[in-house]
Design a binder for this molecule. Structure first.
Ligand SMILES: NC(=O)c1ccc[n+]([C@@H]2O[C@H](COP(=O)([O-])OP(=O)(O)OC[C@H]3O[C@@H](n4cnc5c(N)ncnc54)[C@H](O)[C@@H]3O)[C@@H](O)[C@H]2O)c1
Length: 420
């Protein structure tokens, strides 16, 4: 199939490359010239395990390319919208990029003859595909849904750091489509996958995505809250989680206590559902509590450090800046609050992350960036571990320096765990 993807970030690029790998002809479109240039030169603008090989292979095969020309949409059969949907000030999802993409796609389709499906892959407030995207594309293209135009929601569940693996081996594919023909086009793209395909109304598909993220975020905040109680009672939350996880109703995953969740999805998707609920006069108490716990959790790491040391005028090594390992993404990362808190306290901050330092430097140029964990720890008075990169595990890295571990990465002689 000929596929176009509007928005070539973490989701758009991975989706495009994976669909090309599956044998489709893909063009990824973005508005940022440097991204398109870098992709066409074979350099992925993001870090994601396996992405360079996938990019190289699919550029070489001619099945994949990137462009800034929206007009290319018209030469394809199906277009995915994978632009960002960041939080607005009031917590609701900002749909401006989605609207802009829908408008551009509609205009490009005005000159196209033949059937076309527009698929919303971005995470959106439920009903957006039907009430916002559909009408915009119809108006700009002059086509009618059900007559030359199909519209669908196909939310993405990939995790950064495992994005290619997740895309190629999903737990489920969720499709909400305007009609059977549009559903068939989307389903056929995933026909080689051995997983359940959930076909539901478009708003249901959208809600499956935001409810899943809200549930997972709530699970993390619940575990962190219990972990904070455990810490105070001298109980190791990691052992508690192991015992809890053996109950299949609870499950082993997402039971790791730590210094909070971040990233471009959980915080904004929970906030988005909270805002939508409140707009409708519904009180989303559980999800609000999940956000509250998460806002405080990075600060607990600093409180533990404060109990052991006055950091003013001292040097603190921050290990890990990405919101999780195996990504360079620092959006909403706990490291942002932790570094800001250390600087407020008058500490000298040295930092190291294997992949995220360039992104972090844009926000905090005053921090000293190091080329390895070892170098970062040299001359430091204390270390805080914020991201669970495996390279932070060897205890000998730290000697007898105070280590405040926000992720359960290591165990040293002078050690404070966040929930254990
Ligand atoms: N990152 C994840 O792990 C993840 C996982 C599942 C779902 N999602 C959802 O997918 C969506 C995209 O997330 P992301 O992390 O890939 O975002 P991103 O910021 O990495 O990428 C978005 C891209 O869209 C481009 N863009 C914006 N407006 C455009 C337009 N009109 N035309 C063409 N390109 C345009 C931007 O330049 C950017 O490159 C969001 O809704 C997000 O919630 C993200």
């Amino acid at each position: 199939m000929k596929v176009s993807i509007v928005g070539t970030g973490y989701v758009g690029l991975v989706t495009g490359l994976c669909l090309a790998e599956l044998g489709n002809e893909v063009v990824c479109i973005d508005v940022v010239p440097a991204k398109v240039k870098s992709i066409m030169e074979g350099r992925a603008p993001i870090y994601e395990p396996g992405i360079d090989g996938l990019l190289e292979r699919n550029l070489r095969s001619g099945r994949f390319r990137a462009t800034m020309d929206m007009g290319e949409v018209a030469a394809t059969d199906v277009t995915f919208i994978a632009v960002g949907t960041p939080s607005r000030e009031d917590g609701s999802l900002d749909l401006e990029y989605v609207k802009g993409a829908a408008e551009d796609i509609g205009r490009a389709l005005a000159s196209k003859e033949g059937y076309h499906v527009v698929v919303v892959k971005s995470t959106v407030t439920p009903t957006t595909t039907d009430t916002v995207v559909g009408p915009i594309v119809e108006k700009a293209s002059g086509k009618r849904i059900g007559d030359g135009l199909g519209i669908a929601s196909n939310p993405e569940f990939l995790k950064e750091g495992m994005a290619i693996e997740d895309f190629m081996h999903p737990d489920r594919v969720v499709i909400g489509a305007s009609d059977a023909k549009a559903a068939e086009v989307v389903r056929s793209l995933y026909s080689s996958f051995d997983c359940p395909v959930v076909e539901v109304p478009t708003a249901t598909a959208e809600m499956i995505k935001v409810a899943s993220n809200s549930f997972l975020a709530t699970k993390i905040s619940f575990v962190n809250e219990v972990g904070n109680i455990c810490k105070d009672m001298g109980i190791d939350m990691r052992q508690v989680a192991e015992g809890m996880g053996l109950d299949p109703r609870i499950g082993k995953q997402f039971l790791r206590a730590g210094c909070g969740f971040g990233g471009s999805c959980f915080p904004k998707d929970v906030s988005g559902l909270v805002a939508e609920a409140e707009r409708r006069g519904i009180r989303p108490s559980v999800m609000k509590a999940a956000l509250e716990v998460n806002a405080r959790q990075p600060l607990r790491l600093l409180e533990l450090l404060d109990r052991r040391m006055d950091v003013q005028g001292r040097t603190v090594a921050v290990l890990g800046l990405a919101f999780k390992p195996f990504t360079d993404d620092i959006r909403e990362a706990s490291s942002l609050k932790i570094v800001a808190g250390l600087l407020e306290r008058g500490a000298q901050v040295r930092a190291y992350d294997p992949k995220a330092m360039d992104n972090f430097r844009n926000v905090h140029p005053e921090v000293t960036y190091c080329s390895s964990a070892k170098e970062c720890l040299e001359g430091a008075d204390a270390a805080v571990i914020v991201t669970e990169w495996p390279e932070f595990a060897p205890p000998e890295l730290y000697g007898d320096m105070l280590v405040v571990d926000g992720r359960g990465v290591t165990r040293t002689s002078n050690y404070e765990g966040i929930c254990w």
